[in-house]
Structures are given as C-alpha cells and as structure tokens.
Design a protein around this ligand. Structure first.
Ligand code: NAG
Ligand code: NAG
Ligand code: NAG
Ligand code: NAG
Length: 350
C-alpha cells in the first residue's frame, strides 16, 4: 500500500485505476489540463493513449503516450501541462493597469488618469494562444469647448488657448469690465466632465452719496449714484485726527466700505511737573498750547518712595481723553517753586 502511495505522489498527473480484471484498464484519471483523445471508459491491454495539453497550456515533460498493461494499469508518465504566458503588458500613456498574473485566462484592467477618457477596451484577457484579447487602450485628454463669457465680462486664461477647444485642467479668471461687479466664482476651470465651471455674472452696482462724518468733510457732495469701486475721501476739521481709512470705496454689495472717524485732541491734565512729549522734557507751564493729538504719547514722572528715585510713566491721548497715571502726585506749590530739585523728574532716576 505504501508503495502505491509513493507512486501516486511521485506521479501526481497519473492515477492508476484499480485492477478489476486482468484484461483491461479503466479510463485514466489525469490532471485537468491534460486531454485524452478518446471518450471510452475501458481499454484493452496494449492500447496506447496519446496525451496532449488543453487549450492555453503547453506540455513540459514526460512521454506523451501511456499504454494499458496486462496488469490493468497504465504505464507511468511525467507528462505535465502548464498554462501559457502572455507577454507583460504596457500601461497606456496617462493611464494605469491592474493585473495579478500574465498566465492564460488572467485579466488586465485598464484605467485612465483624471481628465482622460479611455478609448478601446478597459479589460484584456490572456488567450489560449498566449496573446492578449484586446490591444492596450488609449487615454484621450478630455477637452472643453470655449467657456461662456458673461456680458460685460472677460476671461484671462492661465495658459495660451488656441482654436475652439481647451484641455482639461485649463483654468482662467473672469473679470468684469468696470463699473460692473462680478457675482459668482471668478475662477473658471475645464472640468473632468468636459464642461466649464459655472459662469459668474457681471452686474452694475451703485452706491448713493454717503453721509458726512462728525467733525469731518467729504471730497464730494454730489447727489448722484456712485459706481462700483468709485471712491470718496474724508478729512477732519481743526485738530481732529482721522482714524481709519481716509478713503471709502463703493463695494460689490452697494454699500460703502467703513468710514473713518475724527478723533479729538487732549489737554494734559497736570498743573505742576515735567512732561516728556516727542522726545522733549519740558515743564508743563512751558507747553503752550496745552494740547496733544489723538494717539500721541506723553510721559509724566512718579516717585518711588521706598527707593527715593523717580521714573517716567507714559500715557496716550485717546479721542480727547488722556489718563494721568495713578502714581503721579501733584506737588505742593511751595515744593514746586522753592524745591523743584526734589521732584521725581529731577532726582536720581530709578
Ligand atoms: C478588474 O475589474 C474587475 C471588475 O471590476 C474586478 O473584479 C477585478 O478584481 C479587477 N482585477 C484586477 C486585477 O484589478
Ligand atoms: C489568438 O487567438 C485569438 C482568439 O482565438 C485570435 O483572434 C488571434 O488571431 C490569435 N492570435 C494569434 C497570433 O494566433
Ligand atoms: C471655431 O468655431 C467657429 C464656429 O463654430 C468656426 O467658424 C471656426 O472656424 C472655429 N475655429 C477654429 C480655429 O476651429
Ligand atoms: C515737599 O517735599 C518734601 C521733601 O521733598 C516732602 O517730604 C513733602 O511731603 C512735600 N510736601 C508736599 C506738600 O508735597
């Protein structure tokens, strides 16, 4: 029994039929890839059978015939068939291919990159004669027609466009001719579906004469409609300072951009002491007129009583208000006039 098993393992392609009669053999049980020329189930001793490979397989070794012996067994053979190989496939330019093997009956799937359309067959099968069933397909670049141009608008392409078609991926920027404003997406792109992104609209936009600002004046008082992107300038009267943009612009939504405002000057609220203003250290009574402008910075002196030294503290004029730092102490009139050397601005600085 063991010897039989060994034989079976040694020659897996060929199973011996059990002996039923000394007079013949049963149809041999062969590997699925092997063809036997005849259909019958029983064979007489001495009958020779020709073996061949099925379609898509090639023979590799062993005698191609077996003979039915008087013992009822077939002669041994190492005849083997292996699947045919198709050549390694190429991927199409601008495309990809997917396959697991190149043996008979394997399949290749082809795809094209975004923006390309596949022309030909997207699959190919390795045939019995070792050729692929379909040639490599082509990936053809997607094109769009020329994009629609909005009325009162134009398009600027990112690359040169010739003729009546544009390639996938081409982009452009829509612009509206002044005074028209653009509504929608300014970017245009030839998409994978061969169409352009949505075309924006160019609409006329107007703003009416804006109101004046407190303590200020405007560059115009014309009671008319102002076009999109038209500007008006503002200024402030007297010592008032403009905060914000000097100029406003008529915006796409028909409103003006934010107006500036006029900010008041400040009086420095101390009577005795020195101040530091724009790099000049001066006595307050010499600072005439007592007026600094919005956003100006002024310093006064404070005393560090523990260390007996003086230090300056800065403060800022904000729209008419200038806070005097809390550490500031107004000296007595006597100390100020007779003993000014003892003031924090005059003694050793911390
Ligand atoms: C090819 O495509 C078919 C159908 O979509 C899929 O079943 C198969 O797995 C694909 N083969 C490979 C190798 O990607
Ligand atoms: C291979 O087989 C296919 C399908 O049977 C046939 O169309 C093709 O012409 C054959 N090619 C060659 C080179 O024999
Ligand atoms: C573009 O299209 C127009 C009308 O469809 C045609 O008259 C013109 O010859 C085309 N131009 C080019 C360069 O193809
Ligand atoms: C005057 O100066 C002295 C010393 O500099 C101080 O001790 C005193 O408190 C001051 N007086 C006033 C009223 O500021």
């Amino acid at each position: 029994m063991e010897r039989w098993l060994t034989l079976l393992l040694l020659f897996p392609v060929l199973f011996f039929s059990t002996v039923t009669s000394a007079k013949g053999c049963r149809r041999p049980q062969l590997n699925a890839n092997i063809n036997v020329a005849v259909d019958q189930m029983f064979f007489d001793p001495g009958v020779e059978l020709a073996l061949s490979c099925k379609d898509g397989y090639t023979p590799i070794s062993g005698p191609r015939t077996i003979v039915c012996t008087t013992s009822g067994a077939w002669t041994a053979t190492k005849f083997l068939c292996k699947p045919k190989l198709c050549p390694y496939p190429d991927s199409p330019p601008n495309g990809d291919l997917y396959y697991e093997d190149t043996v008979y009956q394997s399949t290749i799937n082809y795809t094209c990159q975004e923006g390309y359309i596949l022309s030909g067959s997207s699959t190919s099968v390795c045939q019995a004669n070792g050729t692929w069933s379909s040639p490599v397909p082509e990936c053809i670049a997607m094109t769009c027609g020329l994009p629609p141009i909005p009325e009162f608008g134009m398009i600027v392409y990112n690359t040169r466009v010739r003729g009546n078609t544009t390639d996938y991926g081409i982009t452009g920027t829509y612009k509206c001719l002044p005074p028209y404003a653009l509504f929608g997406d300014a970017t245009a792109e030839c998409t994978t579906s061969g169409t352009w992104t949505k075309t924006p609209e160019c609409r006329r936009v107007t703003c009416s004469l804006p109101e004046n600002i407190d303590r200020g004046y405007m560059s115009t008082n014309d009671q008319r409609d102002f076009d999109y992107l038209e500007t008006i300038k503002y200024g402030c009267t007297g010592d008032y300072i403009v905060e914000g943009s000097l100029q406003i612009v008529c915006q796409q939504d028909g409103t003006w951009s934010e107006k500036p405002s006029c900010k008041a000057p400040c009086k420095i609220g101390i009577d005795k002491g020195r101040i530091l203003y724009k790099g000049n250290k001066m006595w307050i009574e010499d600072f005439k007129p007592n007026k600094v402008f919005h956003k100006d910075i002024v310093s006064v002196w404070c005393m560090n009583n523990a260390r007996k030294c003086g230090y300056s503290v800065s403060t800022q004029c904000i729209d008419g208000r200038l806070m005097i730092p809390e550490c500031y102490e107004e000296p007595s009139g006597i100390n100020y006039t007779l003993n000014s050397g003892s003031l924090p601005s005059e003694i050793q600085q911390c």
